[in-house]
Design a protein around this ligand. Structure first.
Ligand code: PRT
Ligand code: ZN
Length: 295
């Protein structure tokens, strides 16, 4: 491969991961101009460009060196990531969105008493490598029926006895009279890269990106709580804070015995929690959203 200075990240063009990916990159301060065909986004400012593709193609494109990084579900990384491409892949960061699980489901009325109940059955899936690996680890002999889509209707069509498919809310399984019985893989979106990472100028862009991704994901959903209180009340207030954060307590100028307290809380603060903190002696409470953080 020719040395390249600009970093190229493969992102799903349109699908469940697209919006959260663009949102993450936006929060990382990256801005792009989209090409006319909509397949390439040229980065303004930082030397980071995007290639917009089908998610299944991303591991292969990184493996062949067409892209340096990509964002895919762990399910795709695990299924397509080890297909003998030139480079090995590795996950750099779990991104906390696109959560789902690759699960085994059977028709509502089929008895399931553990993986052994699958012996001799036909199981439909779009993830034959993952399913085969899981069955082998369980020591179960079953036929893997590979389908590219509409896996959930295979049992009704009589082409399979069970399925192995992605599940999020479970509504699709229920609508198809199926019951989730086992988990093959827990998944979420992952930032992946070729292993080893490129050693040229792209390395700096990767490090910049990772610092910013960490700065965004570390505080996602966090709230900054600011309040005033009498110093005597601090212990009771700290005990009432959810998620046991370590607050900063500041002496207020010209007001001996009064402090200002700030705490980074890992989750949303509900009214009941705030009211409990207020009862513990807090006044002038402010709850602020946190966009990003640097250590
Ligand atoms: O066109 P392209 O190949 O890029 O897109 P795609 O159709 O292959 O992928 P897409 O956009 O559906 O999903 C992209 C990634 O999102 C997946 O690889 C997963 O990592 C992740 N993800 C998270 C999901 C789901 N949740 C999900 N619920 N992917 C698919 N589903 C489907 C599932 O297959 C089933 O049909 O949604 C249905 C189940 O949803 P519930 O909520 O009814 O359980
Ligand atoms: Zn896909």
């Amino acid at each position: 491969m020719m040395p390249r200075e600009r970093l190229r990240i493969a992102v799903q063009k349109s699908g469940r991961l697209s919006d959260p990916c663009f949102d993450l990159l936006d929060r990382c301060g990256l801005r792009f101009r989209r090409s006319r065909d909509g397949l390439f986004c040229y980065g303004d400012g930082e030397p980071i460009d995007l290639l917009l593709v089908r998610d299944d193609d991303i591991p292969g494109m990184i493996g062949q060196g067409v892209c340096d990084l990509g964002i895919v579900g762990r399910n795709v990384l695990a299924e397509f990531g080890g297909n003998g491409d030139a480079n090995a892949l590795r996950g750099l960061r779990d991104l906390g969105f696109g959560r789902c699980r690759l699960a085994i489901a059977v028709p509502q009325d089929r008895v399931y008493a553990g993986p052994a109940s699958l012996a001799g059955l036909r199981i439909a899936t779009s993830y034959p490598n993952l399913l085969r690996g899981w069955l082998d680890r369980q020591g179960i002999g079953a036929a893997v029926v590979t389908l590219s889509g509409s896996v959930e209707i295979a049992p009704r069509l009589g082409t399979a006895d069970a399925i192995c498919d992605l599940v999020q809310s479970g509504a699709t399984l229920i609508a198809n009279h199926l019951r989730e019985v086992d988990c093959v893989l827990d998944s979420e979106a992952v930032l992946v890269a070729a292993d080893p990472l490129p050693a040229d100028g792209r390395r700096d862009a990767i490090e910049l990106l990772l610092r910013r991704v960490d700065g965004v994901t570390r505080v996602r959903g966090s709230r900054l709580l600011l309040l005033q209180a009498a110093r005597d009340c601090v212990d009771a207030i700290v005990a009432a804070l959810p998620g046991a954060p370590r607050p900063t307590v500041l002496q207020m100028d010209g007001e001996p015995g009064r402090v200002m307290l700030q705490a980074l809380c890992p989750d949303e603060l509900g009214w009941r929690q705030l009211e409990a903190i207020q009862r513990a002696g807090a006044r002038e409470l402010f709850v602020l959203p946190v966009e990003r953080a640097l250590a």
